[in-house]
Structures are given as C-alpha cells and as structure tokens.
Design a protein around this ligand. Structure first.
Ligand code: FAD
Ligand code: UDP
Length: 364
C-alpha cells in the first residue's frame, strides 16, 4: 500500500460515503471491513428461501435532508415505503407512536383531536426541564401510558431504566393527537429499490476504490504503509480501551422463515413492550414490497455482549466518550466518523450527512 492511499476502516455508511467522496476527488482509497460484506449494519441479503432480509435488524430509510436523499439517489432507485408499528399491551395491538386512536381503543373513548390534546394535558406529569427519557414520556403522556408502552420496552432494550437514559432516546418517539399512525413523518420515506447492499455496491464501484473484506484494522495497522486513515469503528477500540470500555448495546437477531405464510403481521414491525425477551418482530416483505409465497421475520433480543450496535446515551458514557474524543483530536492523520466512532445515536441519513461534511473538511 502506498502512503498516498487513504485507508478507510469500515464499509458501512460512514466509510462508504467517505471513500466515494475521496475517490471522486481523485484520491486512491482502500476500504477494509472485518466482516465478510459491505454495507455495515444496513447489510441486506436473500435468505435461504429467497426473501430479502436485513441481517442486522430492520432498516427503514427516512430523512428531511434533501441533499442526503439526492446524494444516495446517485446510487439507487427507490420505492416509497411508510413504516407502521403496533405496540402490544395486554394482548391487544395498538397504533404506536401513541395517537388519538391508541387512546380511544385503549380506554374505550371517542376523542377527537382537541379531546386527545385535552386528555394528554390532564394525564401528563410536567417535568421542566425534561432531562431523562422518563421525564420526556411522563411530561407528554403521563404515568399509565409510560408504564404500558415505554418503561419495560426501555428496560429490555437498554438494560436501564428510562430515568437513567438521556432525554433524546425517548424523544425519538413523537406523541400525536391526530390519527397519523406512521412511525416517521419525514419528507422522504423510501427504501432502496434493489436493497441496501446493491446501493453500497454502486457507491463503492469506482476505479480509485479497492475493497478488502474480512480484514481487521489491527492487522493492517501493524503492517503500516498507508496515508490518511478514516476510522468508523468503535472509538474506544481504536485507543486500546485506554480509559476502559465505552458501553455499546448489542442485539441477538433471531431470523425465521415461515413457509407458505403470505403475511405474518399487519404492519412492518410489532413491538412487545411487556412480553417476551425480544423487543419487536419485523416482517421484511412489508419493508421491501417483495412478492413471495412465504415470509421472513426477525426478532430482536437485546444484550450487553456482542457486536456494538447502539451507543448508550447517558451522561457518564458521554463523559467517557469526551475523553476518547480528546485523544482523537491529537491523533494526527486519522479522521473519526460514524455512529461508533462519534458515539452518537445516529440514523442512517445522519451518518451520511456527517460523512459528507467530514469529507468536505478533509478535502479542503
Ligand atoms: P456501521 O454500519 O456499524 O459500520 C461500521 C463498520 O466498521 C462495520 O461494518 C464494522 O464491521 C467495521 N469495523 C469496525 N471495527 C473494525 C475494525 N477494527 N476493522 C475493520 N472493520 C471494522 N437507521 C435508520 O436510519 N433507520 C432504521 O430503521 C435503522 N434501524 C436500525 C436497526 C438496528 C437494529 C440498528 C443496530 C441500527 C439501525 N439504524 C437505523 C442505524 C444504522 O444502522 C446506522 O446509523 C448506520 O448503519 C451507521 O453506519 P456506520 O457506518 O456509522 O456504522
Ligand atoms: N421505545 C419504547 N417503546 C416502544 C418503542 C420505543 O419505550 O414501543 C423507546 C425505547 O427506549 C427505544 C426508544 O424509544 O430504545 C427509541 O425507539 P426506536 O424505535 O427509535 O429505536 P431503534 O429503532 O433505534 O431501535
């Protein structure tokens, strides 16, 4: 490898967008990933039965960023898809995020929009300022809905109480007084027409980009000989966990194919806040629009050990991250970007945005 080559560690959104931007600017780039495939956690593939599934759990693309949507549109066509979710409480599936219909069905009411707003006003427990995820939910929907839909789901997902998590985690979920039962309301809600992996293949298909899979940074680092490094893995691992491990939450994915079952559930995802060891079940055909005589689903079981999937947003972890970030500022010749390297609960579009900005700075 020549010192003129930029080494990109990780072939997910952060690494692939960086690689493409640098290559488009005339740089020679080597992308490595320790996994045997590109696309990071967005990787999708046909399962043994020919159904397109997301190996690392459901990925639904949504953004308000026109620039981000247009950027990715260079590499894929799209299909419109609006995600819908139900939350099961006492055996009944309710619209989630909580909206007017959730209230009406749960409590046997006939509220209109103004009625729903008045209902929330009556039951909410004002918390000013709302610092934790518990504050956020109690402040908007009060204790009963908190306990039915949020408390146990959050304990399962994070192994923590909502009071131990920053406000931003629960603030991802809106509360509605109308009957809109979409999970997202972003301007662009679309899925790559031929899947995420194909989109990444197109992004990395460039004469100045070489991709090597099944290669760990540790091995390349020992060999040396490369120029600038773009690192998108966990930041604590880069520094040998010098200050101790940064907590990341992991998941175990249980994939299942149901032969001869055309549809397993009514919506893309069903959440189980209070039952089971898994948090949710996703049926992929809703997301992809694929026609198939059978169907494939995935259950997500949260766990502490395993591949790092989520940074854990709480004050003490962010303080530890800041110490690693300080180290990273003095690490000449290395750029840190992405969900694991920046320890941010980023959605896909936010990672694309972060990588585009980072690439622009690097090239300036
Ligand atoms: P990653 O995709 O994690 O890529 C990092 C890559 O670096 C990995 O492939 C890893 O193997 C590689 N790597 C790490 N260390 C090394 C090393 N030492 N050597 C070589 N390679 C290394 N976002 C949405 O917008 N919508 C969704 O619906 C959505 N659903 C999600 C569901 C789940 C279950 C999860 C976990 C995430 C979801 N996300 C979703 C978030 C999305 O996955 C991330 O925002 C995005 O994939 C992050 O991209 P990244 O490049 O930063 O990291
Ligand atoms: N959440 C919850 N109940 C639900 C869905 C979400 O309590 O039925 C909380 C939980 O803390 C979760 C957070 O809201 O981690 C964010 O949910 P989201 O669906 O955005 O999580 P992701 O898709 O990133 O796993």
């Amino acid at each position: 490898m020549s010192p003129a080559t930029t080494l990109v560690v990780g072939a997910g959104y952060a690494g692939s967008v960086m690689a493409r931007e640098l290559a488009d600017a005339g740089r020679q780039v080597l992308v490595i990933d320790k996994r045997p495939h590109i696309a990071g956690n967005a990787y999708d593939e046909l399962d043994a039965h020919g159904v397109l599934v997301h190996r690392y759990g459901p990925h639904i693309f949504h953004t308000n960023g026109q620039r981000i949507f247009e950027y990715l549109s260079r590499f894929t066509a799209w299909r419109p898809y609006e995600h819908r979710v139900r939350g099961v409480v006492d055996g009944v599936a309710y619209p989630f995020p909580i909206n007017r219909d959730t209230l009406n069905r749960l409590y046997g009411l006939e509220l209109d929009e103004a009625g729903a707003a008045a209902f929330f006003e009556r039951v909410r427990e004002p918390r000013e300022p709302a610092l934790t995820s518990e504050d956020v939910v109690l402040n908007s929907v009060g204790r009963d809905l908190y306990e039915k839909f949020f408390l146990n789901y959050t304990r399962k997902q994070w192994g923590l109480d909502p009071s131990q998590l920053k406000a931003g985690v629960a603030a991802r979920i809106p509360v509605r007084t109308n009957s809109d039962d979409r999970y997202f309301t972003d301007t662009w809600q679309v899925m790559p027409l031929h899947g995420y992996t194909k989109m990444f293949e197109a992004m990395l298909d460039h004469p100045l980009i070489t991709v090597e899979l099944g290669v760990d940074f540790a091995a390349v680092r020992r060999r040396g000989g490369f120029g600038h490094v773009v690192y998108t893995g966990p930041i604590d691992a880069y520094f040998g966990h010098r200050y101790g491990p940064l907590p990341y939450r992991s998941l175990r994915f249980e994939h299942e194919h149901l032969a001869g079952v055309a549809q397993y559930q009514d919506t893309g995802t069903v959440n189980y806040p209070n039952d089971h060891a898994y948090t949710r079940i996703t049926e992929f055909k809703h997301l992809t629009g694929q026609q198939h005589a059978g169907t494939s689903i995935v259950r997500e079981y949260p766990q502490a050990e395993g591949d790092p999937y989520y940074p854990v947003p709480r004050a003490e972890n962010e303080a530890l991250f800041k110490r690693y970030e300080e180290l990273s500022k003095h690490e000449g010749g290395v750029t840190f970007v992405g969900r694991l390297a920046q320890y941010r609960y980023y959605n896909m579009d936010q990672v694309v945005g972060a990588a585009l900005v980072t690439a622009r700075h690097l090239l300036a």
